[in-house]
Design a protein around this ligand. Structure first.
Ligand SMILES: Cc1cc2nc3c(=O)[nH]c(=O)nc-3n(C[C@H](O)[C@H](O)[C@H](O)COP(=O)(O)OP(=O)(O)OC[C@H]3O[C@@H](n4cnc5c(N)ncnc54)[C@H](O)[C@@H]3O)c2cc1C
Length: 427
């Protein structure tokens, strides 16, 4: 009997460098590609219930549409359903007589719990479940330590992995796929109303082709990779940093693809501090994934993973929170960054560090509310990087220093000396 495989897409919305797809094609199976649009429960209620534009949702829908188009080229279409995966996946398996479900691993609490529920249902229905690792740069089996021995400090981790850095090759894009015929409704996305802002540093669209185009443009065409280390603390425009994050978060591109493109650039053009630094940042991304895997939901608690009580009083003042969200704190550097986020769904790394520090240290608010707002607002929201960075800046994460307080005035002087960024968003 022909194998029938359900390919469960989550944060891996691509066809290139996709091991699950590659294996399914290699086995000669008929494939049913499925994405389930499920709302994860809110962890905290945000003070004042701010209205948050749907930039991330739009990017996600664009990514799904691009993926659907790819499957249509293969004479199929992406099945997009809403609901609880623990109900939807077993129903689809029964309806289409599926033998195996293939997916990429996620280790955050919600996704892991979701997977465990699905796996339990499938086991009782005698359907196999195969999990792959397409999201991190370094495959978990290639890490030179067990998860329980993950160093608590990034630099220690980095030195260990850099000493024998090995990144697996990318899986090729299948040229032909045997799609399983299905009768599900065609995917017709309803995009949220969002207004494109001409000042946006992220005027890009979701989807694998757009992500691949950006990778090519940034690395080869505009040659920005060459100067990444000097420009990466910038605040204005598309090119001071790669802007890969939104595609990485949705899985439209993989960190392995970025890595191997950087290596190719190093051998064909130049290897310098900038090319090193791009990979350095991808190691941060991996590190935060591992931290969440190791510590689980502790990362969402007020004391984070610091193993010590902070003994701080964390506020929840709604007026302060709203002023921060809407960019009305009175601090121009903070306000410019927060308005950019509200109006575009993006903010630079320099901006994120400053607004988080301001939130925690100047406003004295519960850091988790800031992280939760970012979770709602960021186009590139990634549970690991977001919560890991927030905990780090709040002094309850992976940082030997408890007090990571930024001098905001000094930061504005250094990174926005002429005030152009502040003028761009405030005047
Ligand atoms: C409070 C706070 C919250 C953040 N939340 C997120 C988030 O939800 N999603 C997210 O992708 N990044 C997050 N970051 C990390 C970083 O700000 C963004 O990855 C980066 O600004 C995205 O722009 P870029 O792709 O141009 O980055 P580049 O500077 O071009 O870096 C290349 C890639 O390296 C990775 N990277 C860079 N810096 C970091 C970092 N500090 N931590 C982890 N990975 C990094 C990203 O995948 C990024 O796309 C957060 C940082 C802070 C301080």
């Amino acid at each position: 009997m022909t194998q029938r495989v359900l390919l469960w897409y989550r944060n891996d919305l691509r066809v290139a460098d996709h091991e699950a797809l590659h294996r399914a094609v290699g086995s000669g199976a008929q494939i049913l590609p499925v994405y389930i649009d499920c709302c994860t429960p809110d962890r905290y209620e945000l003070p004042g219930n701010p209205v948050i534009p749907g930039f991330r949702r739009k990017f996600r829908l664009e990514s799904l549409r691009a993926l659907d188009q790819q499957w249509r080229d293969w004479k199929s279409s992406l099945v997009v359903m809403t609901g609880d995966p623990a109900e939807v996946i077993p129903q689809l398996c029964a309806k289409y007589q599926i033998n195996a479900v293939l997916l990429n691993a996620e280790s955050s609490h919600d996704e892991a719990r979701q997977y465990a529920q699905v796996a339990q249902q499938l086991q009782s229905a005698n359907v196999a479940c195969n999990v792959f690792h397409g999201a991190p740069l370094i495959h978990p089996d290639d890490l030179p330590f067990a998860l329980r021995d993950l160093p608590d400090i990034f630099t220690q981790y980095r030195k260990i992995v850099e000493a024998r850095l090995f990144v697996r090759a990318c899986f090729p894009t299948p040229t032909a796929v045997q799609a399983l015929p299905h009768t599900e409704a065609l995917f017709e996305p309803h995009f949220p109303e969002t207004i494109a802002d001409v000042r946006s540093a992220l005027p890009f669209h979701g989807g694998e082709p757009a992500g691949q185009a950006r990778l090519h443009d940034y690395v080869w065409k505009s040659d920005q990779l060459r100067i990444y280390k000097e420009t990466r603390n910038g605040l204005i425009g598309t090119d001071y940093s790669s802007k890969f994050s939104a595609w990485l978060a949705a899985g439209c591109i993989s960190p392995r693809q970025v890595f191997h493109e950087v290596r190719r650039y190093e051998s064909e053009r130049v290897a310098n501090d900038s090319t090193y630094w791009m990979i350095f940042e991808l190691l941060w991304r991996d590190y935060f994934r591992l931290v969440m895997e190791k510590f689980g939901t502790a990362l969402f608690s007020i004391d984070g993973i610091s193993r010590r009580r902070t003994h701080r009083s964390w506020g929840r003042n709604a007026a302060d929170f709203q002023a921060w969200v809407s960019g009305n704190t009175g601090n121009r550097f903070i306000d410019a960054n927060m308005r950019e986020l509200l109006l575009t769904g993006f903010m630079s790394n320099r901006g994120r560090q400053n607004v988080a520090s301001y939130f925690v240290h100047e406003l004295g608010l519960d850091w988790r509310l800031g992280a939760q707002y970012f979770e709602e607002a960021l186009v590139d929201y990634d549970v690991y990087s977001n919560w890991g960075n927030w905990a780090y800046l709040a002094g309850v994460g992976n940082d030997p220093r408890e007090n990571r307080r930024f001098n905001i005035t000094r930061q504005a002087d250094v990174y926005d000396p002429a005030g152009s960024y502040q003028k761009l968003w405030l005047d």
